[in-house]
Design a protein around this ligand. Structure first.
Ligand SMILES: NC(=O)c1ccc[n+]([C@@H]2O[C@H](COP(=O)([O-])OP(=O)(O)OC[C@H]3O[C@@H](n4cnc5c(N)ncnc54)[C@H](O)[C@@H]3O)[C@@H](O)[C@H]2O)c1
Length: 512
């Protein structure tokens, strides 16, 4: 009998979320493995650790968890102690396809604040606590059907509705939390190209706004649609003039505020369609259906929508979160190799910001379209957006490499480089500015190995430097704030760089 199983680190709110889930499902109370062990042994966990040692505790824990998971009846909702997933037998049982696993995702600072103290034997020393947090994360990621931010432990009902929709067979659901709206992001191979999927939690008439190529390849899988607009592939379609075409087509098709725009394609279609949804009749819902690597790892999440001006990139737009994201990683199979490579630059950027497991996988040569890598990238972005939806500080870290990257795109008329190709160059500049020579060399190799240019001819370096001054992060007459990197996992927003250093970093890109 399938159970709903909550996993996660100490202080992640598993018990609270499990209680909420049990209340919603209306059955028995949730079972909590730690509480059950304490009552069976008649001692606190701290005492068991002290008297018998951790290994003995784990043996009890494993037996009890396997019993709970295998029980024909008994509680349908179970919350597991943070370390229970350390047992291979428990992991096998969780992954057997019958259960639904909910990972409550907590960052290590919050976990430490909540869990530290004498009652938890593994929360006494900060250093080993953080190490344990990092070590367990890959296990949680691997087992989770759905990832839920710890901040939503008291609001689990909508997550469970979205989870009900998740097809079985390996796709994952990330619960995207932000100040303005929460939404489900479904990521997995075959979500459209298999049995076409649409979340019933997003009802309404669908109006497809699509990149023409993506529409031809995948448009039918989103039927029924009440109207469709195709836009020419390419960054040059991300303009106010194209937005007007989309608005006009929406009117002609009779779209109303109750309807849904379905944005199908890469970042260009997503940014443009999202912007049109944000502004049409002052705002309608939209669903992102990303079909490029850039869009699946980055642009489909977080609600930044907009268009370019000839003078500067992404200069007009709106924050507008989607109502859902459906990312079928199998659609990447039709992507031309250069587009996959361009998206890889955003993968590397995200891995540098995240550090930890994601960076280790990327530097070890993970395939860019590996669904697990895509999921980890999306998770990294969503964690940042949850804390700073409107780009008032932390979110700027997502722009690592983008100040120079955007400048390169602008001065070359959005025609010479793909966005990701410009970001690859921008990343190298940012690493030079960070004084991270060795890391720059490593990243340069990673990018080059995927066919990205790591140096470029004929770039007007003065124009690029001039264009960085238009970066949107700049406030008033102040200096352009750069995102620099202390080490993978430790980005620093809001840094000032000296003009001479910027010049050297940009010139280095022009050197073969
Ligand atoms: N909103 C954000 O947070 C955010 C984040 C990162 C990037 N972006 C934006 O994203 C844009 C770049 O996105 P992109 O790299 O996806 O480019 P894109 O949207 O131009 O798509 C690239 C190409 O791939 C084709 N294509 C799309 N899906 C395909 C598929 N499955 N098979 C075959 N061909 C396919 C398209 O026709 C197009 O020619 C930039 O404008 C950038 O500013 C936005």
């Amino acid at each position: 009998v399938g159970k709903l199983v909550f996993i996660g680190f100490m202080g992640s709110g598993k018990t609270t979320a499990a209680a909420g889930a049990a209340a919603k499902l209306g059955g028995n109370r949730a079972a909590d493995s730690d509480t059950l062990i304490e009552s069976r042994l008649g001692r606190s966990i701290a005492e068991v650790f002290r008297q018998d040692g951790e290994a003995a505790f784990r043996t009890h824990e494993e037996a009890l968890v396997l019993e709970l998971l295998g029980a024909q009846d008994g509680p349908g909702v179970i919350s597991l102690g943070g370390g229970a997933v350390g047992s291979a037998a428990v992991r096998r049982a969780l992954a057997d396809g019958s259960h639904r696993v909910v990972w409550m995702d907590v960052d290590s600072d919050t976990a430490w604040r909540r869990a530290r103290g004498p009652t938890r034997p593994l929360a006494r020393d900060r250093g080993s606590f953080e190490e344990l947090h990092a070590r367990r994360e890959p296990l949680y990621v691997q087992l989770a059907d759905v990832v839920v931010p710890a901040s939503r432990s008291r609001e689990i009902a909508p997550v469970l509705d979205a989870l009900d929709e998740l097809p079985r067979g390996g796709a994952k659901l990330l619960w995207a939390a932000s100040a303005s709206r929460d939404y489900p992001a479904y990521i997995g191979s075959g979500l459209l190209t298999g049995e076409p999927f649409w979340p019933e939690t997003v009802p309404g008439r669908r109006f497809l706004v699509a990149d023409a190529r993506a529409a031809r390849l995948y448009g039918e899988l989103l039927e029924p649609v009440a109207g469709r607009v195709s836009i020419m592939p390419g960054e040059q379609s991300k303009t106010v003039a194209h937005a007007e075409i989309v608005w006009t087509e929406l009117v002609r098709h009779g779209a109303t505020r109750r309807d849904i725009v379905v944005a199908l394609g890469g970042g260009v279609a997503g940014d443009l369609a999202g912007f049109c949804a944000a502004t049409y009749q002052r705002g309608m819902r939209y669903v992102q259906v990303p079909t490029t690597l850039t869009a699946q790892v980055d642009s489909a999440y977080g609600g930044k929508t907009g268009v370019d001006l000839a003078e500067a990139k992404n200069y007009v737009g709106a924050f507008h979160q989607p109502s859902a994201v459906i990312a079928d990683t199998a659609t990447l199979a039709s992507l031309p190799p250069e587009e996959l490579a361009a998206g890889y630059a955003e993968v590397v950027k995200t891995a540098l910001i995240a550090g930890g497991e994601l960076w280790e996988r990327v530097r070890a040569g993970a395939e860019p379209d590996d669904p697990e890598v895509i999921t980890l990238c999306a998770l990294t972005k969503l964690r940042v957006v949850e804390q700073d939806e409107r780009d008032s500080g932390l979110r700027q870290v997502l722009n690592l490499g983008h100040t120079v990257g955007h400048a390169i795109e602008t001065v070359t008329g959005y025609a010479r480089y793909r966005h990701g190709e410009a970001v690859a160059l921008g990343l190298l500049a940012a690493l030079r500015l960070s004084g991270a020579g060795e890391l720059r060399a490593e990243v340069r190799e990673l990018l080059a190995a995927r066919g990205l240019a790591v140096a470029t001819d004929g770039l007007d370096t003065d124009a690029v430097i001039f264009a960085t001054a238009r970066d949107k992060k700049r406030v008033g007459e102040g200096p352009v704030p750069f995102v620099l990197l202390e080490r993978p996992g430790a980005p620093r927003p809001g840094c000032t760089v000296k003009p001479g250093e910027l010049r050297a970093a940009v010139r280095e890109l022009a050197a073969r």
